[in-house]
Design a protein around this ligand. Structure first.
Ligand SMILES: *Cc1c(COP(=O)(O)O)cnc(C)c1O
Length: 381
């Protein structure tokens, strides 16, 4: 949205310097000599795939990972030149634009392999593909112990080159599951041997997501696929109590007080009358609601920052409005900034904090900030 008119003062700030800093900090921690994939699916976990990919490409990332081929297409249309892996495979009919835009599909079904081979033949070329192995996630991927049929079919498809083999961890963030994670790693390398028995020697062998790369050194192999930690969301997807790279949150969420009023003791505010004032109170209304992704389950339990202090959310969060008790905030006035995710005066509210309060993970919070909330990108030269 580039139109220049006055808007509701509710915005997300995306700090692209921090994104690049996180990448460099992770690279220093994990090591050089391997390749790095930035996973920018789901609009870069709500941070904006195109600007994030542009910043990361400048910072020297090797690969991008997307869930859908159409997400890869968006990156290409915006000038991204690095390799792009479509982690979720593709749907029938997408073969041609995948080939034309130099996207690389993950494949785990013989029918899809045949489709992609046919399309590649028609285009007069051999296409690189990555094969996904299921070693314990139980989701997409050829089961590691049922590779034979798949590989026999793959042998018959001369227009495909198996460039990569990958798997995905189910519990790399949970150190109590270390044995399971190690089992996934073992099964993966067993699968690599089976590939080799069939004459496939893929260049890339990748397993690690964010917690894999940080907490399971032996899963780094020659490519790591990083999502959450690039965005600074380490608090709930990395195991507690381990040595980790320094990370800074990339996204902050802001609004401004739209309306202030004094309310006597004993009155209720908001839908369902779930909050009753226990004293004469100053009540602020802020223009953000659950439609924006400021989830309703934070009603009566979340808090925000106003004038360098915490202020509690009172009453139900509605579609477009959130109500605060700002009685204890000195000199509060209309248009004062409200920080819903971010820092003020050394106090902070992380996406991880909101997630914990409502029983989810930080990814769901940042992904959920609706496109009605404008994104402001900060990047120093
Ligand atoms: C989403 C995803 C990742 C990134 O996971 P993070 O926990 O955000 O690092 C890596 N690999 C695959 C296959 C994914 O789908």
């Amino acid at each position: 949205m580039s139109e220049n008119f006055a808007r509701r003062p509710t915005w997300v700030e995306i700090n692209l310097n921090r994104l690049a800093d996180n990448f460099h900090s992770i690279k220093e921690f994990v090591g050089s000599g391997i390749e790095y994939m930035a996973v920018v699916k789901a609009d870069a976990y709500g941070h904006g795939a195109v600007p994030c990919a542009q910043a990361l490409e400048k910072a020297g990332i090797d690969w991008f990972g997307v869930a859908l081929p159409e997400e890869g297409l968006e990156l290409r249309k915006n000038g991204i030149k690095s390799r792009i892996l479509c982690l979720g495979g593709f749907w029938e009919g997408q073969e041609n634009f995948i080939i034309e835009n130099n996207l690389t599909p993950v494949i785990f079904q013989t029918e899809k392999a045949r489709m992609f081979d046919r399309a590649s033949k028609k285009a007069g070329l051999t296409s690189r593909i990555h094969v996904k192995i299921d070693t314990g996630m139980g989701r997409i991927g050829v089961r590691w112990d049922q590779l034979g049929d798949f590989l026999r079919e793959l042998k018959k498809l001369p227009h495909l080159e198996v460039e990569g083999i990958m798997t995905h961890f189910a519990s790399a963030d949970d150190l109590d599951e270390n044995e399971f994670t190690q089992g996934q790693i073992d099964k993966f390398y067993r699968a690599v041997e089976i590939f080799e028995d069939y004459g496939f020697f893929p260049k890339y062998k990748d397993l690690a997501n964010s917690p894999g790369a940080v907490a399971h050194e032996n899963s780094r192999s020659n490519l790591v696929r990083l999502g959450g930690i690039l965005y600074g969301l380490g608090g709930d997807v990395l195991p507690r109590g381990i040595v980790k790279p320094k990370l800074e949150p990339v996204m902050t969420l802001h609004s401004k007080i739209a309306f202030l009023k004094e309310v006597p003791e004993g009155e209720t505010v908001g839908y369902g009358r779930t909050h009753k004032t226990e004293r004469r109170s100053i009540i602020a209304t802020v223009p953000i609601g659950y439609q924006d992704g400021f989830v309703r389950s934070l009603s009566n339990c979340g808090r925000v920052l106003v004038n360098n202090q915490f202020a509690p959310i009172v009453g139900r969060i509605s579609m477009d409005w959130t109500i605060l008790d700002v009685t204890d905030i000195p000199r509060v006035k209309v248009n004062d900034e409200v920080v819903l995710i971010g820092q003020q005066n050394g106090l902070s509210i992380l996406a991880e904090d909101l997630a914990r309060q409502i029983g989810t993970i930080s990814y769901e919070i940042t992904c959920g900030i609706n496109r009605r909330v404008i994104r402001n990108y900060v990047e120093s030269e």
